[in-house]
Design a protein. Structure first.
Length: 160
């Protein structure tokens, strides 16, 4: 019983450490994010266990993966979301807040299916669809900026 309690206490720190190592151990990093928009104009957001706030789903592109393969994998893992038609490539951003070597590719997705709600796990602790005028108070700065670009007509930034 004590080992289970110790494991539960250490897991968040281990995940943060692995995430930190992953970010800084690679030469250049590339990630994908998705703005998944449902039929009534709401967007899908997730909350990670290792970083504060609500974010667009996505993650790193692994060695040997295409952008579309990474996007497909991340959406399935984080949102139980399956792509319908090909997603729209929206823009590429430099993510200097993470490192001087990180870029994020944003896709807009309107054709998808979600076969049941995703189950919270060690990485994703909450998820949901939100109206663009009713985002969670702690939605990330980057999430708010992307919503302003896609829905509000704001100029597309080069920075994530």
């Amino acid at each position: 019983m004590r080992l289970d309690r110790l494991r539960r206490m250490l897991e968040p720190a281990i995940r943060r450490g692995m995430h930190f190592y992953w970010r800084f151990s690679r030469g250049a990093t590339l990630g994908v994010r998705a703005m998944v928009i449902d039929g009534v104009g709401r967007i899908f957001l997730i909350k990670h266990s290792y970083i504060d706030g609500w974010h667009l789903p996505g993650g790193g592109v692994e060695t040997g993966e295409t952008l579309l393969e990474a996007l497909t994998r991340e959406l399935a893992e984080e949102g139980n979301i399956r792509l319908g038609t090909a997603p729209q490539l929206y823009s590429v951003y430099f993510n200097k807040r993470v490192s001087r070597r990180d870029h994020v590719v944003l896709f807009v997705i309107r054709d998808f299916r979600q076969d049941g709600n995703p189950q919270p796990n060690h990485e994703i602790v909450e998820h949901g669809f939100f109206a663009i005028n009713a985002l969670p108070e702690d939605a990330s700065r980057a999430t708010r900026a992307r919503v302003a670009e896609v829905f509000g007509g704001a100029a597309i930034s080069e920075l994530w």
